[in-house]
Structures are given as C-alpha cells and as structure tokens.
Design a protein around this ligand. Structure first.
Ligand SMILES: [Fe+2]
Length: 289
C-alpha cells in the first residue's frame, strides 16, 4: 500500500503550509535574506529535509507555542525561538512535557485515525526522543520582528492557550499566522478562577482585532486558511462567556467531545482534561449532545 507523505500547499509565493498527516499545520516562510520555519510539528518524519528542499537561504526555527504538535519535532534542529513565557514547559515531567515521547506518541492517534497505520510512513513507537540539552532555546518577546528581507514576521503575544502563545503578522503578505490562538476551537487551561484564562486570552485577542485591517488571510495551527468567521465568533464567544450569556454544554467538534462554550462557529473549552477524542474520520459536523 502506498505510504502518504507530508502534504504541502503553497499559500502565496514563497510561503507553504505543511500538513503533518492531518495532525497540524506548520509553515515554511521564505525570505530574500532569511527564512523561517514556523512550528516543527509532532516530529514524526523527516521535516528538516523537506524544509531544506524548499528554501535556499539560512533559516530560523520559530514556535508559536510549546505544545507537542508544535515543538515535538525540534529534535531535528539545533535552535528554537520561542516566547519567554513558554520556556518552562520544556522542564515539565515526561508525561506532560511537549517534547516527551508520551504526549507525542499519543497525539499520533489523529494521524492513524485519518490514514490508518498501514499508510503512514512512521509508527508512533519509532518517534525519536528529543535531547533538550542539545537545543538552544532563544526567547523572544511580544513585538519581536523576524526580518526576512522582502517580508517580516511580528510576534504578537496572545497568552491563554499557553502562557507564551503568540500570533505572527506578516504585513507584507497580509497574513496572520494564528498558532492555536484562533481556530474552530480554543482550548484554555483551568485557571485559579474558572474564567481567568478567558479574560487573559480576550485581552490578547483584542490586540489582534484592533489590527484586523492589516491581514486578509489567517493561517492557523489546525486550519489553513481559517474562515474569518471563526475569528470574529471566537471573540464574541469569549465576551458572552464572561458576561454569562452562554453556558457550558457538551458538544462534539471534529474529533473532540466534551463541555464547551459555543457561539456561531466558535467553541471554547475551559476544561481540556474533560475533552474526549473520538475517531474523527467518522465525524462530519459539530453536534450538541
Ligand atoms: Fe496548542
């Protein structure tokens, strides 16, 4: 049976979205002076060779946030630029560490659900461990600009999904790289109060809203491109959640089933530990339970 490979799609001249076996999107952004690999995926396959077959300049590896599907592949590289507030994630115990084999192997179930084990070019048990002592972690801050020559990427800090989560704005191409800060679903950790991280997320998200005339396309961590309606609805959902206008109910959205807040096209989970995942190949549309 023929094996599947990374699915690569050109967004615009010199910018490619790489779909890692239906698990997430990462982005290759080529510049005249320098290039950026934005996120490194789960680390299932030979991403380094793929990236180097596309670009001709030196490149920086930059992450939107420290989750296993965005930084798990860092073992193939030697340096990672990441927001300062996400650096402590790399010191978490193995079971919760984003580069640990436990979470990365578990996450591969999405690729298995999408393609079947026999069509994947890797097996979750073969994933390679990451030796963080060999990786140079370089912190960036809100407002950092990666100058690529003909285009640039500006980091905009949108904490909530993780403490260091960022969006990246490419003003030249009018693209917002949204990480997991916008999407069909927004997963927020449990805070000191129920709504703590919703307030934190909304404050960051409103910085993006204030600049919405600077981008036409949203390239997110799990959708590319992301329908603009998700962006607008997510902001309204967070406001309605905080004002008590919407309540938590059990929904099924793609592979996720569990308690969420819903407005329009957007779903917010404030209890990701209560979300169950199902074989999403069988799931068509969001449904209420
Ligand atoms: Fe994430």
């Amino acid at each position: 049976m023929e094996k599947v490979d990374y699915n690569v799609q050109e967004i615009t001249n010199g910018i490619w979205a790489v779909d890692e076996f239906s698990m997430e999107y990462l982005y290759i952004i080529q510049g005249t002076k320098r290039s950026v690999l934005l996120d490194v995926g789960t680390g299932t396959w030979d991403l380094k060779s793929l990236v180097e077959s596309f670009i001709t300049t030196p490149y920086s590896v930059v992450a939107t946030h420290a989750h296993m599907d965005h930084v798990g592949g860092i073992g193939q590289f030697d340096t990672l630029h990441i927001h300062r507030a996400d650096i402590p994630c790399f010191s978490l115990p193995e079971e919760t560490n984003p580069v640990g084999l436990y979470k990365r192997r578990l996450y591969c179930r999405l690729a298995i659900a999408a393609y079947g084990e026999e069509r994947l070019p890797f097996h979750p048990q073969d994933l390679l461990p990451v030796d963080m002592t060999k990786i140079n972690l370089v912190p960036y801050e809100d407002g950092a600009v990666f100058d690529l020559g003909n285009r640039s990427l500006e980091a905009i800090h949108v904490p909530g999904h993780t403490n260091g989560s960022c969006c990246f704005l490419d003003k030249e191409d009018r693209i917002l790289f949204a990480g997991d800060n916008f999407g069909e679903t927004l997963l927020l950790p449990r805070g000191k109060t129920d709504k703590e991280f919703v307030e934190i997320w909304l404050a960051g998200a409103q910085k993006i809203k204030a600049r919405e005339d600077e981008f036409d396309t949203i390239c997110a961590g799990h959708s590319c491109p992301l329908d603009r309606q998700y962006f607008d609805d997510m902001l309204i959902a967070a406001q309605k959640l905080l004002s008590g206008e919407i309540n938590e109910e059990v929904y099924q959205v793609q592979e996720m089933l569990g308690p969420m807040y819903h407005y329009g096209k957007a779903y917010i989970s404030m209890a990701p530990e209560n979300i169950q995942t199902r074989d999403y190949s069988r799931i068509q549309n969001p449904r209420r339970y």
